[in-house]
Design a protein around this ligand. Structure first.
Ligand code: GDG
Length: 470
Protein backbone atom coordinates (compact mmCIF):
# COMPACT_ATOMS: atom_id res chain seq x y z
CA UNK A 1 0.00 0.00 0.00
CA UNK A 2 1.23 3.46 -0.89
CA UNK A 3 0.39 6.48 1.26
CA UNK A 4 1.24 9.82 -0.34
CA UNK A 5 -0.13 13.34 -0.15
CA UNK A 6 -1.51 13.13 -3.70
CA UNK A 7 -3.20 10.29 -5.51
CA UNK A 8 -1.55 9.46 -8.84
CA UNK A 9 -4.52 10.92 -10.76
CA UNK A 10 -5.88 14.38 -11.56
CA UNK A 11 -9.52 15.27 -12.07
CA UNK A 12 -9.97 16.73 -15.54
CA UNK A 13 -13.05 18.29 -17.11
CA UNK A 14 -13.71 17.16 -20.68
CA UNK A 15 -15.04 19.56 -23.38
CA UNK A 16 -18.57 18.16 -22.89
CA UNK A 17 -18.38 19.15 -19.21
CA UNK A 18 -18.05 15.62 -17.85
CA UNK A 19 -15.30 14.83 -15.36
CA UNK A 20 -12.68 12.14 -15.64
CA UNK A 21 -9.58 10.93 -13.84
CA UNK A 22 -6.30 11.22 -15.70
CA UNK A 23 -3.18 9.39 -14.55
CA UNK A 24 -0.44 11.88 -13.57
CA UNK A 25 2.71 11.02 -15.47
CA UNK A 26 5.18 10.92 -12.52
CA UNK A 27 8.08 8.51 -12.23
CA UNK A 28 6.80 7.29 -8.87
CA UNK A 29 3.57 6.14 -10.48
CA UNK A 30 5.30 4.19 -13.23
CA UNK A 31 7.69 2.63 -10.72
CA UNK A 32 4.98 1.57 -8.34
CA UNK A 33 2.39 0.43 -10.86
CA UNK A 34 3.80 -3.06 -11.51
CA UNK A 35 4.47 -3.62 -7.79
CA UNK A 36 0.95 -2.51 -6.90
CA UNK A 37 -0.67 -4.64 -9.57
CA UNK A 38 1.17 -7.82 -8.65
CA UNK A 39 0.41 -7.33 -4.95
CA UNK A 40 -3.19 -6.20 -5.10
CA UNK A 41 -2.07 -2.89 -3.62
CA UNK A 42 -3.94 0.33 -2.90
CA UNK A 43 -2.86 3.98 -3.10
CA UNK A 44 -4.08 6.40 -0.43
CA UNK A 45 -3.95 10.14 -1.06
CA UNK A 46 -5.73 13.42 -1.67
CA UNK A 47 -7.47 14.01 -5.02
CA UNK A 48 -6.22 17.60 -5.29
CA UNK A 49 -9.73 19.05 -4.98
CA UNK A 50 -10.86 20.86 -1.80
CA UNK A 51 -13.68 19.18 0.08
CA UNK A 52 -13.77 16.22 -2.34
CA UNK A 53 -15.46 13.26 -0.65
CA UNK A 54 -15.01 10.76 -3.51
CA UNK A 55 -15.38 7.15 -2.36
CA UNK A 56 -12.57 4.65 -3.06
CA UNK A 57 -12.47 3.71 -6.75
CA UNK A 58 -10.53 1.64 -9.22
CA UNK A 59 -8.77 3.43 -12.07
CA UNK A 60 -7.24 1.29 -14.79
CA UNK A 61 -6.75 -1.57 -12.37
CA UNK A 62 -5.32 0.53 -9.50
CA UNK A 63 -7.25 0.80 -6.21
CA UNK A 64 -7.35 4.45 -5.22
CA UNK A 65 -8.48 5.57 -1.78
CA UNK A 66 -9.11 9.33 -1.47
CA UNK A 67 -8.45 11.22 1.77
CA UNK A 68 -10.47 14.46 1.87
CA UNK A 69 -8.93 17.85 2.72
CA UNK A 70 -11.02 20.92 3.50
CA UNK A 71 -10.17 24.35 2.09
CA UNK A 72 -8.85 25.37 5.52
CA UNK A 73 -6.67 22.24 5.74
CA UNK A 74 -5.24 22.98 2.32
CA UNK A 75 -4.24 26.38 3.65
CA UNK A 76 -2.90 25.21 6.98
CA UNK A 77 -1.62 21.66 6.45
CA UNK A 78 -0.54 21.84 2.80
CA UNK A 79 0.32 25.44 1.90
CA UNK A 80 1.11 26.30 5.52
CA UNK A 81 3.03 23.67 7.47
CA UNK A 82 4.15 21.53 4.53
CA UNK A 83 5.17 24.27 2.10
CA UNK A 84 5.62 27.32 4.34
CA UNK A 85 7.40 25.64 7.27
CA UNK A 86 8.95 22.29 6.30
CA UNK A 87 9.87 22.97 2.65
CA UNK A 88 12.09 26.02 3.33
CA UNK A 89 13.45 24.56 6.59
CA UNK A 90 14.51 21.33 4.87
CA UNK A 91 16.07 23.25 1.96
CA UNK A 92 18.76 25.08 3.90
CA UNK A 93 16.33 27.91 4.84
CA UNK A 94 16.75 29.35 1.33
CA UNK A 95 13.52 31.17 2.24
CA UNK A 96 12.47 31.93 5.80
CA UNK A 97 10.32 29.18 7.32
CA UNK A 98 7.24 30.36 9.20
CA UNK A 99 6.18 28.69 12.41
CA UNK A 100 2.48 28.85 13.28
CA UNK A 101 0.84 26.70 15.92
CA UNK A 102 -2.44 26.41 14.02
CA UNK A 103 -0.54 25.10 10.96
CA UNK A 104 1.03 22.43 13.15
CA UNK A 105 -2.36 21.46 14.62
CA UNK A 106 -3.70 21.00 11.12
CA UNK A 107 -0.64 18.91 10.15
CA UNK A 108 -1.33 16.57 13.10
CA UNK A 109 -5.04 16.30 12.24
CA UNK A 110 -4.44 15.53 8.58
CA UNK A 111 -1.63 13.05 9.29
CA UNK A 112 -3.97 11.25 11.69
CA UNK A 113 -6.63 11.07 8.97
CA UNK A 114 -4.18 9.45 6.55
CA UNK A 115 -3.07 7.00 9.25
CA UNK A 116 -6.67 6.12 10.14
CA UNK A 117 -7.53 5.47 6.50
CA UNK A 118 -4.44 3.31 6.00
CA UNK A 119 -5.18 1.37 9.21
CA UNK A 120 -8.73 0.71 8.04
CA UNK A 121 -7.87 -0.83 4.71
CA UNK A 122 -4.44 -2.47 5.09
CA UNK A 123 -4.52 -6.26 4.99
CA UNK A 124 -3.06 -8.28 7.87
CA UNK A 125 0.75 -7.97 7.87
CA UNK A 126 0.70 -5.71 4.78
CA UNK A 127 3.62 -3.60 3.63
CA UNK A 128 2.88 0.12 3.73
CA UNK A 129 5.12 2.66 2.03
CA UNK A 130 4.57 6.26 3.16
CA UNK A 131 5.96 9.14 1.10
CA UNK A 132 7.39 12.53 1.85
CA UNK A 133 7.51 15.52 4.14
CA UNK A 134 3.75 16.11 4.27
CA UNK A 135 3.23 12.81 6.13
CA UNK A 136 6.08 12.44 8.61
CA UNK A 137 3.79 11.64 11.56
CA UNK A 138 1.93 8.86 9.75
CA UNK A 139 4.47 6.06 10.46
CA UNK A 140 4.07 6.34 14.24
CA UNK A 141 0.32 6.98 14.13
CA UNK A 142 -0.16 3.97 11.89
CA UNK A 143 2.05 1.72 14.00
CA UNK A 144 -0.01 2.52 17.07
CA UNK A 145 -3.17 1.45 15.27
CA UNK A 146 -1.68 -1.50 13.39
CA UNK A 147 1.47 -3.02 14.94
CA UNK A 148 1.24 -5.93 12.50
CA UNK A 149 2.20 -3.78 9.52
CA UNK A 150 5.60 -3.46 7.93
CA UNK A 151 6.08 0.27 7.48
CA UNK A 152 8.52 2.10 5.21
CA UNK A 153 8.95 5.86 4.79
CA UNK A 154 10.80 7.74 2.06
CA UNK A 155 11.67 11.44 2.16
CA UNK A 156 11.94 12.93 -1.33
CA UNK A 157 13.50 16.21 -0.20
CA UNK A 158 16.72 16.81 1.77
CA UNK A 159 16.80 16.20 5.51
CA UNK A 160 18.43 19.25 7.10
CA UNK A 161 21.48 19.37 9.34
CA UNK A 162 20.74 19.42 13.07
CA UNK A 163 21.53 23.14 13.43
CA UNK A 164 18.60 24.00 11.17
CA UNK A 165 16.22 21.21 12.17
CA UNK A 166 16.49 22.36 15.77
CA UNK A 167 14.61 25.55 14.92
CA UNK A 168 11.44 23.52 14.53
CA UNK A 169 9.30 23.84 17.68
CA UNK A 170 7.89 20.35 16.97
CA UNK A 171 11.24 18.68 16.17
CA UNK A 172 10.82 15.86 18.65
CA UNK A 173 7.34 14.94 17.41
CA UNK A 174 8.60 14.76 13.82
CA UNK A 175 11.52 12.50 14.78
CA UNK A 176 9.23 10.25 16.80
CA UNK A 177 6.72 10.21 13.95
CA UNK A 178 9.35 8.93 11.53
CA UNK A 179 10.59 6.34 14.02
CA UNK A 180 7.26 4.55 13.64
CA UNK A 181 8.68 3.16 10.39
CA UNK A 182 10.88 0.06 10.17
CA UNK A 183 12.87 1.68 7.38
CA UNK A 184 13.35 5.43 6.86
CA UNK A 185 14.77 6.17 3.41
CA UNK A 186 16.53 9.33 2.25
CA UNK A 187 18.03 10.47 -1.06
CA UNK A 188 21.57 10.72 0.33
CA UNK A 189 23.51 8.96 3.06
CA UNK A 190 24.37 12.33 4.65
CA UNK A 191 20.66 12.90 5.27
CA UNK A 192 20.30 9.47 6.92
CA UNK A 193 23.26 10.33 9.15
CA UNK A 194 21.71 13.70 10.08
CA UNK A 195 18.55 11.89 11.07
CA UNK A 196 20.27 9.24 13.20
CA UNK A 197 22.41 11.87 14.96
CA UNK A 198 19.34 13.99 15.74
CA UNK A 199 17.47 10.97 17.10
CA UNK A 200 20.39 10.25 19.43
CA UNK A 201 20.71 13.87 20.58
CA UNK A 202 17.08 14.95 20.72
CA UNK A 203 15.14 11.79 21.53
CA UNK A 204 17.91 10.03 23.43
CA UNK A 205 17.64 6.62 21.76
CA UNK A 206 20.68 4.39 21.34
CA UNK A 207 22.05 4.31 17.81
CA UNK A 208 24.78 2.44 15.99
CA UNK A 209 25.74 3.47 12.45
CA UNK A 210 22.46 3.44 10.49
CA UNK A 211 20.37 1.75 13.17
CA UNK A 212 18.23 3.21 15.95
CA UNK A 213 17.39 1.00 18.93
CA UNK A 214 14.04 1.84 20.50
CA UNK A 215 13.22 1.14 24.16
CA UNK A 216 10.53 -1.38 23.14
CA UNK A 217 13.21 -3.50 21.42
CA UNK A 218 12.31 -2.47 17.90
CA UNK A 219 15.07 -1.31 15.54
CA UNK A 220 14.71 1.30 12.81
CA UNK A 221 17.03 1.39 9.83
CA UNK A 222 17.87 4.78 8.23
CA UNK A 223 19.48 4.48 4.81
CA UNK A 224 19.93 6.18 1.45
CA UNK A 225 17.96 5.19 -1.66
CA UNK A 226 18.69 7.75 -4.38
CA UNK A 227 15.58 7.99 -6.54
CA UNK A 228 15.79 7.67 -10.30
CA UNK A 229 13.63 7.80 -13.43
CA UNK A 230 12.07 5.50 -16.01
CA UNK A 231 15.28 5.62 -18.07
CA UNK A 232 14.23 3.22 -20.82
CA UNK A 233 10.86 4.97 -21.17
CA UNK A 234 12.50 8.39 -21.62
CA UNK A 235 15.04 7.06 -24.07
CA UNK A 236 12.34 5.36 -26.13
CA UNK A 237 10.37 8.60 -26.22
CA UNK A 238 13.47 10.59 -27.19
CA UNK A 239 14.22 8.19 -30.04
CA UNK A 240 10.68 8.36 -31.45
CA UNK A 241 10.15 10.00 -34.79
CA UNK A 242 7.67 12.52 -33.44
CA UNK A 243 10.04 13.74 -30.70
CA UNK A 244 12.92 13.92 -33.18
CA UNK A 245 10.77 16.03 -35.51
CA UNK A 246 9.55 18.22 -32.69
CA UNK A 247 13.13 18.83 -31.46
CA UNK A 248 14.08 20.03 -34.96
CA UNK A 249 10.99 22.27 -35.06
CA UNK A 250 11.90 23.79 -31.71
CA UNK A 251 15.40 24.68 -32.92
CA UNK A 252 13.99 26.14 -36.12
CA UNK A 253 11.43 28.18 -34.20
CA UNK A 254 14.26 29.58 -32.08
CA UNK A 255 15.97 30.79 -35.27
CA UNK A 256 18.35 27.80 -35.64
CA UNK A 257 20.89 29.15 -33.15
CA UNK A 258 24.31 27.59 -32.64
CA UNK A 259 23.70 27.10 -28.95
CA UNK A 260 20.49 26.35 -27.11
CA UNK A 261 20.74 26.43 -23.32
CA UNK A 262 17.84 25.00 -21.33
CA UNK A 263 16.45 25.18 -17.82
CA UNK A 264 13.34 23.24 -16.73
CA UNK A 265 12.08 23.57 -13.18
CA UNK A 266 9.00 23.89 -11.09
CA UNK A 267 8.92 27.60 -10.36
CA UNK A 268 10.45 27.24 -6.90
CA UNK A 269 12.91 29.42 -4.98
CA UNK A 270 15.08 26.37 -4.22
CA UNK A 271 15.83 25.82 -7.92
CA UNK A 272 18.23 28.77 -8.35
CA UNK A 273 16.52 30.14 -11.46
CA UNK A 274 17.43 33.73 -10.63
CA UNK A 275 21.25 33.34 -10.35
CA UNK A 276 21.27 31.09 -13.43
CA UNK A 277 19.55 33.71 -15.61
CA UNK A 278 21.77 36.42 -14.20
CA UNK A 279 24.89 34.41 -14.97
CA UNK A 280 23.78 33.81 -18.54
CA UNK A 281 22.76 37.44 -19.10
CA UNK A 282 26.17 38.60 -17.89
CA UNK A 283 27.83 36.21 -20.33
CA UNK A 284 25.79 37.80 -23.11
CA UNK A 285 26.62 41.30 -21.88
CA UNK A 286 30.32 40.42 -21.69
CA UNK A 287 30.17 39.22 -25.31
CA UNK A 288 30.72 35.49 -24.65
CA UNK A 289 27.34 34.60 -26.13
CA UNK A 290 25.67 36.47 -28.96
CA UNK A 291 21.87 36.83 -29.04
CA UNK A 292 21.95 36.27 -32.79
CA UNK A 293 23.20 32.72 -32.42
CA UNK A 294 22.36 31.57 -28.89
CA UNK A 295 19.32 31.51 -26.65
CA UNK A 296 18.42 30.36 -23.13
CA UNK A 297 15.07 28.57 -22.96
CA UNK A 298 13.69 28.61 -19.43
CA UNK A 299 10.59 26.55 -18.72
CA UNK A 300 9.15 27.34 -15.29
CA UNK A 301 6.24 25.09 -14.45
CA UNK A 302 3.63 26.88 -12.30
CA UNK A 303 3.78 25.67 -8.72
CA UNK A 304 2.14 26.42 -5.32
CA UNK A 305 0.77 29.65 -6.69
CA UNK A 306 -1.29 30.46 -3.61
CA UNK A 307 1.77 30.54 -1.34
CA UNK A 308 3.05 34.11 -0.88
CA UNK A 309 6.76 33.27 -1.33
CA UNK A 310 5.97 31.66 -4.70
CA UNK A 311 4.00 34.69 -5.89
CA UNK A 312 6.92 36.94 -4.98
CA UNK A 313 9.34 34.63 -6.80
CA UNK A 314 7.21 34.66 -9.92
CA UNK A 315 7.19 38.46 -9.96
CA UNK A 316 10.98 38.55 -9.39
CA UNK A 317 11.65 36.19 -12.30
CA UNK A 318 9.17 38.01 -14.58
CA UNK A 319 10.94 41.28 -13.83
CA UNK A 320 14.42 39.83 -14.33
CA UNK A 321 13.54 38.21 -17.67
CA UNK A 322 11.85 41.43 -18.81
CA UNK A 323 14.87 43.50 -17.85
CA UNK A 324 17.38 41.15 -19.52
CA UNK A 325 15.39 40.89 -22.74
CA UNK A 326 14.70 44.62 -22.70
CA UNK A 327 18.38 45.48 -22.26
CA UNK A 328 20.05 42.88 -24.45
CA UNK A 329 17.47 41.32 -26.78
CA UNK A 330 16.74 42.15 -30.40
CA UNK A 331 13.50 41.98 -32.37
CA UNK A 332 12.63 38.29 -32.68
CA UNK A 333 15.78 37.37 -30.75
CA UNK A 334 15.25 37.31 -27.01
CA UNK A 335 18.15 36.49 -24.69
CA UNK A 336 15.82 34.31 -22.67
CA UNK A 337 12.81 32.48 -24.09
CA UNK A 338 10.74 32.24 -20.94
CA UNK A 339 7.77 29.86 -20.70
CA UNK A 340 5.64 29.84 -17.56
CA UNK A 341 3.66 26.75 -18.34
CA UNK A 342 3.47 22.96 -17.95
CA UNK A 343 4.10 20.74 -20.97
CA UNK A 344 3.39 17.12 -21.83
CA UNK A 345 6.21 14.60 -21.41
CA UNK A 346 6.61 14.41 -25.16
CA UNK A 347 7.43 18.13 -25.35
CA UNK A 348 9.85 17.82 -22.42
CA UNK A 349 11.72 15.06 -24.27
CA UNK A 350 11.86 17.22 -27.42
CA UNK A 351 13.28 20.12 -25.41
CA UNK A 352 15.94 17.83 -23.90
CA UNK A 353 16.81 16.66 -27.41
CA UNK A 354 16.98 20.24 -28.71
CA UNK A 355 19.26 21.60 -25.95
CA UNK A 356 23.04 21.76 -26.30
CA UNK A 357 23.50 22.69 -22.66
CA UNK A 358 21.16 21.81 -19.81
CA UNK A 359 21.63 24.21 -16.89
CA UNK A 360 20.41 22.99 -13.48
CA UNK A 361 21.40 25.21 -10.57
CA UNK A 362 19.39 24.53 -7.40
CA UNK A 363 20.53 25.98 -4.09
CA UNK A 364 19.40 22.67 -2.62
CA UNK A 365 17.49 19.77 -4.17
CA UNK A 366 16.72 16.28 -2.85
CA UNK A 367 17.68 14.68 -6.15
CA UNK A 368 16.58 16.60 -9.30
CA UNK A 369 15.02 14.24 -11.80
CA UNK A 370 15.29 16.72 -14.67
CA UNK A 371 19.07 16.16 -14.71
CA UNK A 372 18.58 12.41 -15.04
CA UNK A 373 15.87 12.83 -17.69
CA UNK A 374 18.19 14.98 -19.82
CA UNK A 375 20.87 12.30 -19.64
CA UNK A 376 18.37 9.55 -20.49
CA UNK A 377 17.25 11.44 -23.60
CA UNK A 378 20.80 11.99 -24.92
CA UNK A 379 21.23 8.60 -26.58
CA UNK A 380 23.46 10.43 -29.10
CA UNK A 381 25.99 10.87 -26.26
CA UNK A 382 26.02 14.59 -26.96
CA UNK A 383 24.81 17.52 -24.89
CA UNK A 384 26.41 19.11 -21.84
CA UNK A 385 24.96 18.98 -18.34
CA UNK A 386 25.77 21.87 -15.99
CA UNK A 387 24.66 20.78 -12.54
CA UNK A 388 24.65 22.30 -9.07
CA UNK A 389 26.72 20.46 -6.50
CA UNK A 390 23.79 21.02 -4.11
CA UNK A 391 21.45 18.73 -6.08
CA UNK A 392 21.35 15.15 -4.82
CA UNK A 393 21.92 14.06 -8.43
CA UNK A 394 25.44 15.57 -8.33
CA UNK A 395 26.44 12.63 -6.15
CA UNK A 396 25.81 10.20 -8.99
CA UNK A 397 26.26 12.39 -12.08
CA UNK A 398 29.87 13.13 -11.28
CA UNK A 399 30.83 13.77 -14.89
CA UNK A 400 28.52 16.79 -15.15
CA UNK A 401 30.04 20.28 -15.19
CA UNK A 402 29.39 21.00 -11.53
CA UNK A 403 28.76 24.50 -10.20
CA UNK A 404 28.06 26.36 -6.97
CA UNK A 405 24.91 28.48 -7.54
CA UNK A 406 26.04 31.02 -4.94
CA UNK A 407 29.18 31.73 -6.99
CA UNK A 408 27.99 33.62 -10.08
CA UNK A 409 31.47 34.08 -11.55
CA UNK A 410 32.27 30.41 -11.07
CA UNK A 411 28.96 29.48 -12.67
CA UNK A 412 29.70 31.78 -15.66
CA UNK A 413 33.12 30.20 -16.16
CA UNK A 414 31.71 26.67 -16.01
CA UNK A 415 28.85 27.40 -18.44
CA UNK A 416 31.46 28.78 -20.85
CA UNK A 417 33.63 25.71 -20.39
CA UNK A 418 30.68 23.48 -21.20
CA UNK A 419 29.83 25.63 -24.22
CA UNK A 420 33.37 25.37 -25.57
CA UNK A 421 33.87 21.69 -24.76
CA UNK A 422 34.85 19.39 -27.58
CA UNK A 423 32.64 16.61 -28.80
CA UNK A 424 34.90 13.87 -27.44
CA UNK A 425 34.87 15.28 -23.92
CA UNK A 426 31.09 15.64 -24.00
CA UNK A 427 30.66 12.07 -25.25
CA UNK A 428 32.96 10.69 -22.56
CA UNK A 429 31.02 12.45 -19.82
CA UNK A 430 27.59 11.67 -21.25
CA UNK A 431 28.39 7.98 -21.73
CA UNK A 432 29.46 7.62 -18.11
CA UNK A 433 26.33 9.41 -16.85
CA UNK A 434 24.10 7.35 -19.12
CA UNK A 435 25.59 4.19 -17.69
CA UNK A 436 24.65 5.42 -14.22
CA UNK A 437 21.01 6.19 -15.03
CA UNK A 438 20.62 3.03 -17.08
CA UNK A 439 21.96 0.79 -14.35
CA UNK A 440 19.98 2.54 -11.67
CA UNK A 441 16.46 3.41 -12.77
CA UNK A 442 13.29 4.04 -10.80
CA UNK A 443 12.30 0.37 -10.85
CA UNK A 444 15.57 -0.64 -9.21
CA UNK A 445 15.12 2.19 -6.71
CA UNK A 446 11.68 0.87 -5.70
CA UNK A 447 12.91 -2.74 -5.63
CA UNK A 448 15.92 -1.85 -3.47
CA UNK A 449 13.72 -0.02 -0.98
CA UNK A 450 11.12 -2.77 -0.81
CA UNK A 451 13.76 -5.51 -0.54
CA UNK A 452 15.39 -3.69 2.38
CA UNK A 453 12.00 -3.17 4.02
CA UNK A 454 11.19 -6.87 3.60
CA UNK A 455 14.47 -7.75 5.29
CA UNK A 456 13.85 -5.50 8.29
CA UNK A 457 12.60 -7.43 11.29
CA UNK A 458 8.89 -6.91 11.93
CA UNK A 459 7.72 -5.25 15.13
CA UNK A 460 9.62 -6.65 18.08
CA UNK A 461 7.48 -8.50 20.59
CA UNK A 462 4.49 -8.21 18.28
CA UNK A 463 5.38 -10.57 15.47
CA UNK A 464 3.32 -10.59 12.31
CA UNK A 465 0.36 -12.85 12.96
CA UNK A 466 0.32 -15.86 10.65
CA UNK A 467 -2.15 -15.64 7.79
CA UNK A 468 -5.50 -17.07 8.74
CA UNK A 469 -6.15 -20.54 7.36
CA UNK A 470 -9.36 -20.69 5.42
C1 GDG B 1 10.88 16.50 -5.58
C2 GDG B 1 12.22 16.92 -4.98
C3 GDG B 1 13.28 14.96 -6.11
C4 GDG B 1 8.43 19.45 -14.51
N1 GDG B 1 7.78 20.30 -15.33
C5 GDG B 1 7.00 19.54 -16.11
C6 GDG B 1 7.21 18.20 -15.78
N2 GDG B 1 8.08 18.18 -14.81
C7 GDG B 1 8.58 16.93 -14.19
C8 GDG B 1 10.01 16.68 -14.54
C9 GDG B 1 10.46 15.83 -13.37
C10 GDG B 1 9.59 16.34 -12.24
O1 GDG B 1 8.51 17.04 -12.80
C11 GDG B 1 10.35 17.30 -11.36
O2 GDG B 1 11.17 16.56 -10.54
P1 GDG B 1 12.44 17.19 -9.83
O3 GDG B 1 13.19 16.09 -9.19
O4 GDG B 1 13.25 17.92 -10.85
O5 GDG B 1 11.91 18.25 -8.78
P2 GDG B 1 10.68 18.36 -7.69
O6 GDG B 1 9.38 18.57 -8.35
O7 GDG B 1 11.08 19.46 -6.77
O8 GDG B 1 10.65 16.94 -6.92
C12 GDG B 1 13.36 16.47 -5.89
C13 GDG B 1 11.88 14.54 -6.53
O9 GDG B 1 10.89 15.05 -5.64
C14 GDG B 1 11.74 13.02 -6.59
O10 GDG B 1 12.08 12.41 -5.38
O11 GDG B 1 14.19 14.62 -7.13
O12 GDG B 1 14.60 16.81 -5.31
O13 GDG B 1 12.28 18.34 -4.77
O14 GDG B 1 10.16 14.49 -13.60
O15 GDG B 1 10.09 16.05 -15.79
N3 GDG B 1 6.60 17.16 -16.40
C15 GDG B 1 5.74 17.47 -17.40
N4 GDG B 1 5.48 18.76 -17.75
C16 GDG B 1 6.08 19.81 -17.16
O16 GDG B 1 5.86 20.98 -17.52
N5 GDG B 1 5.12 16.47 -18.04
Amino acid sequence: MIVANRLPVDRVTLPDGSKQWRRSPGGLVSAMEPVMRSNDGAWIGWTGVAGDETEPFVDDGLSLVPVPLSEQEIQEFYEGFSNGTLWPLYHDVVAKPEFHREWWDSYVTVNQRFADRAAEIAAEGATVWIHDYQLQLVPQMLRELRPDLRIGFFLHIPFPPGELFQQLPWRRQILEGLLGADLVGFQLSGAAQNFVRLVRQRVGHKTHRDLVYLPDGRTVLAAAFPISIDTAGFEELARSESVTERAAQIRAALGSPKKVLLGIDRLDYTKGIYPRLRAYSELVKDGHFDVTDSVFVQVATPSRERVEQYRVLRDDIDRLVGRINGDLGRIGQPVIAYLHSAYPRHEMAALYRAADIMVITPYRDGMNLVAKEYVACRYDNDGALVLSEFAGAANELRQAWQINPYDINGMKATILEAAHSDEKDRARRMKAMRKTVTEHDVASWANDFLAELAAVRPTHGKPVRPARLS
